[in-house]
Design a protein around this ligand. Structure first.
Ligand SMILES: Cc1cc2nc3c(=O)[nH]c(=O)nc-3n(C[C@H](O)[C@H](O)[C@H](O)COP(=O)(O)OP(=O)(O)OC[C@H]3O[C@@H](n4cnc5c(N)ncnc54)[C@H](O)[C@@H]3O)c2cc1C
Length: 443
């Protein structure tokens, strides 16, 4: 066993997705000494298929399956899943969080002034998105362009690489916050897989992690676990907090495809427009995906006749707000069945998507199998965390999608940035109070 990093840090942050990267960036801006431990690498994002498969397609690591074969994908690299997300900026559930004593409205306003979050300019919206949006509006749906975390001046028309990680620096991702923190002095150790939290007298004092098959310990007075909706509960379970990982949400989705013979496309920014069907419990968006992914979805459904129709195929995503349920195993295995109500809502959305596609002139309509991309609620606030995101163990915090106490059915990145900023402010306040009390006691 080796001690790779000693007691020279104020805070250890485990994981560099939107939750971890935000809190780390804010803490370093506040002159805190931060050590970040990240399982994935820090290789430049190339936008290539090979790199995407390496970071999101590894069975048992980044590509997980339930017993019913619902696929759950996460990004294991610096920046986490945000390297591969669609960069659509959805409103956080401010009222729901307030019910749990968490107010992030100020932090969300701050984020809006810090990051891009406008709908795409018309010249970046592809013909497939326009066709779907026109059809949905024609049928009376409140379907509009959606705000994007995209620096549009760096974006290329007809670029489809959002799915594979943006090599042009146009899509905001959490690695950009890691880079900012790094410039301010944060240290990051990559390929460091944290196994458990080290505790003494019910206080967190560090973490144990493996790198190159060796075990290391790192110590700091505060530990923030931000390894994502699956990674964080596994670390807590291994640290003795066995209830972590129960009763979670993962926002299952299906894609509905249809061939429009008069269109030639396939290279577009996904999730550029859509509608939130609140009453029906789902959100619908356009979702043009790269050819390889499209072929994977077609093959999985046995639609070999559709394998070569990518450029003519319109695609709509239906993402459902699922009921809490299931559990994670100690090793991170995902055990969750879709409840009958979840299947019903997805079917409802599928029928609506078919109608929109038919009205858009599409034929040969079929849908994909279920996929999920936002695991959360695995370490819920008010259950295993207080409203400052602290666990029952002193100085041990969680800051990622795990902490969200209820399913809200929308992509959560803006919410996670807000939570990260709020936690950093709380820790800064705590630090100030403890310095002041030290001064008083010295006097
Ligand atoms: C295809 C796809 C499209 C999406 N589109 C959108 C969208 O348009 N809008 C939106 O808001 N959201 C979107 N999301 C969801 C969004 O990306 C995630 O909800 C978000 O990244 C979760 O952030 P997080 O901080 O909770 O965890 P993650 O992003 O999962 O980051 C966790 C980090 O922890 C690291 N880690 C895990 N275990 C360990 C360990 N044991 N030790 C050390 N490090 C560890 C991982 O490598 C990773 O870097 C999408 C997701 C996917 C997959």
């Amino acid at each position: 066993m080796n001690n790779y990093a000693n007691n020279e840090y104020d805070t250890i942050v485990v994981g560099s997705g939107p939750g971890g990267a935000t809190v780390a960036k804010e803490l370093t801006q506040n002159s805190q000494k931060v050590l970040m431990l990240e399982w994935g690498d820090y290789n430049p994002v190339t936008g290539s298929k090979a790199q995407t498969v390496k970071n999101t397609g590894m069975p048992m690591q980044s590509m997980l399956f339930t017993h019913n074969m619902v696929g759950l994908v996460r990004g294991l690299t610096t920046g986490g899943s945000s390297i591969y997300y669609y960069a659509t900026c959805f409103e956080p559930p401010l009222d729901m969080l307030k019910n749990y004593g968490i107010d992030i409205s100020g932090e969300v306003d701050e984020t809006r002034s810090e990051l891009p979050n406008s709908p795409l300019e018309d010249d970046l919206v592809g013909p497939m998105t326009n066709r779907i949006m026109d059809s949905a509006q024609d049928l009376g749906f409140d379907w509009n362009k959606l705000p994007k975390f995209i620096y549009q001046d760096r974006c290329r028309p007809q670029c489809w690489r959002c799915n594979y990680g943006c090599p042009h620096g146009a899509k905001w991702n959490a690695r950009m916050f890691v880079d900012q923190a790094f410039k301010k002095g944060m240290q990051i150790v990559n390929r460091a897989r944290v196994k458990r939290v080290i505790m003494e007298n019910n206080q967190a004092t560090g973490v144990a992690y493996t790198k190159n098959f060796m075990e290391y310990h790192a110590h700091a007075p505060k530990v923030i676990i931000a390894a994502g909706g699956i990674g964080s509960p596994v670390i807590l379970k291994n640290s003795g907090i066995k209830e972590a990982g129960g009763d979670f949400f993962f926002d299952p989705l299906i894609a509905v495809f249809g061939e429009a013979k008069d269109i030639r496309g396939g290279s577009e920014i996904p999730m550029s427009s859509g509608a939130h069907m609140v009453e029906d419990g789902y959100v619908m968006t356009d979702m043009t995906i790269p050819e390889t992914m499209y072929r994977g979805f077609s093959a999985q459904k046995g639609r070999l006749d559709r394998l070569f129709a990518h450029k003519k195929t319109l695609s709509i995503m239906v993402k459902e707000r699922d009921r809490l349920g299931g559990h994670l195993t100690d090793k991170g295995g995902v055990r969750k069945k879709l409840a009958p109500g979840d299947v019903k809502a997805l079917k409802h959305g599928k029928e609506r998507a078919k109608k929109i596609l038919k009205n858009a002139g599409a034929k040969n309509i079929f849908s994909s199998w279920y996929v999920a991309a936002h695991p959360g609620g695995t370490i819920k606030t008010n259950h295993l965390l207080d409203s400052d995101l602290q666990t029952e163990v002193e100085n041990l915090y969680v800051c990622d999608c795990s902490v969200i106490p209820e399913s809200f059915g929308l992509p959560p990145t803006m919410t996670l940035i807000g939570l990260g900023k709020r936690l950093a402010k709380h820790l800064a306040k705590q630090e100030k109070t403890s310095k002041q009390s030290n001064v008083y006691s010295a006097a």
